[in-house]
Design a protein around this ligand. Structure first.
Ligand code: UD1
Length: 370
């Protein structure tokens, strides 16, 4: 029997941990899963809604760290997580993704000699100004077991000197959630509620500091939206960090007068899946959305200069367009002029990644090679 602590902290963690915890509950003779929520995200729309939609059990432990600077937030997670590990003595801790909580919890475990596994390991944007890139690099260096979503991730890890026996190519666990919940999401009434049923529309998400903390960049994106919004409405569920910076940068009026742009509250998992799965076009600076749109065949424009998920460009529907309005507009109109949708098949992004992760734990425990 393996006692495993599953860490969640921020919005993009919930859809990765839910299938792993569900798989462990199906195999309760072999696994005792606990869920620790660091509280990095705490608004009901950023956290509670996801527990509900993804049928995640309520956290066994809630650390309540909240928002702070990177150093303060990372330190607060470490301080509050350490006594939990000392008390619970888990066999393994699973961290997912690349948020501050991921690195903070991995570091606590390594220092205490507790085995830690990183799910979504090996992704690299090669842009060290992104906080997430630092979290990825460091977590992968110290984790005992690295679960990768695609071969490019394996190659990155090997190039960084990670021994191959620590790496397991298992596929994309977030797609387990997507495939499981798509039928339920299709029953969401979000499109009716927003008056979008049977209409063409685009979806926008924006929260990266490089885009929303800098007025010039933000305005360049709004200039592109002015033109795209002439052609079809652009629905924009606004991340709380972005709401805050719009106010701080004095951009509320500029945002307000951007044609076709419709600001709405952040959505839960099912409503958001329903919304973007029927969109003609998605514009985003999120990582996960590049993957989700690829699997569904929805055209995606990434408003960044790079991606840590290159397979979504080579195999999927993703285009990296940066923040130059001319490039964004040209790519948007190209995408809108294509009527055909092409869902994409990426090896091992098949809804069974959580099972492969559990199988790998079983094998590692039996052979005790790590
Ligand atoms: C974090 C992750 C990022 C991920 C994103 C998804 C890091 C370094 N960043 O960014 O990788 O893509 O989550 O959402 O871990 N806030 C609220 N309520 C909340 C959460 C946040 O109001 O529930 C506001 C606060 O003003 C806070 C700000 O958002 O200061 C930023 O939150 P934080 O957790 O530091 O980073 P995110 O930008 O959300």
């Amino acid at each position: 029997m393996l006692k495993v602590i599953n860490v969640v902290g921020a919005r993009p963690n919930f859809m990765k941990v839910a299938p792993i915890v569900a798989a462990m509950k199906r195999r309760e003779q072999e696994f005792t899963p606990l869920v620790v929520h660091t509280g990095q995200h705490y608004d009901s729309t950023m956290s509670d809604a996801f527990f509900r939609d993804l049928e995640l059990p309520q956290p066994d432990v809630y650390l309540g760290v909240g928002s702070a600077s990177h150093a303060a937030q990372t330190a607060a997670v470490m301080e509050r997580f350490e006594p939990i590990i000392i008390k619970e003595k888990p066999d393994w801790v699973i961290v997912v993704g690349d948020v501050n909580s991921t690195l903070a919890c991995a570091l606590v475990c390594t220092k205490l000699g507790v085995k830690v596994a990183h799910v979504e390991a090996g992704l690299r944007s090669r842009d060290r100004t992104m906080p997430e890139e630092i979290n990825r690099l460091l977590t992968d260096q110290i984790a005992d077991l690295l679960f990768t979503p695609s071969e490019d991730a394996d190659r990155n890890l090997l190039l960084e000197g990670i021994p191959p026996e620590r790496i397991r190519l298992v596929g994309n666990v977030m797609i387990d959630s997507l495939l499981k919940y798509l039928p339920l999401a299709n029953k969401s009434t979000i499109k009716e509620r927003e008056g979008l049923a049977d209409k063409d529309y685009a979806v926008l998400t924006l929260h990266r500091p490089s885009n929303v903390d800098d007025a010039e960049t933000f305005i360049r994106i709004l200039e592109a939206l002015d033109e795209i919004g002439e052609r079809l409405p652009v629905v924009f569920p606004v991340h709380p960090r972005t709401t805050k910076t719009i106010a701080q940068l004095g951009l509320a009026e500029r945002v307000e007068k951007t044609k076709g742009l419709r600001l709405i509250e952040p959505l839960g998992y099912l409503d958001f899946l329903s919304l973007y799965s029927s969109a003609r076009l998605v514009l985003t600076d999120s990582g996960g959305i590049q993957e989700e749109t690829s699997v569904l065949g929805v055209p995606c424009l990434t408003l960044r200069e790079n991606t840590e998920r290159p397979i979504t460009v080579t195999t999927g529907t993703n285009k990296i367009v940066g923040t130059d309005p001319t490039k964004i507009i040209a790519a948007a109109f190209d995408a809108l002029n294509e009527r055909e949708r092409q869902p994409v098949s990426i090896p091992l992004w098949d809804g069974h990644t959580a099972d492969r992760i559990l199988a790998a734990f079983g094998a590692v425990t039996m052979s005790d090679t790590l």
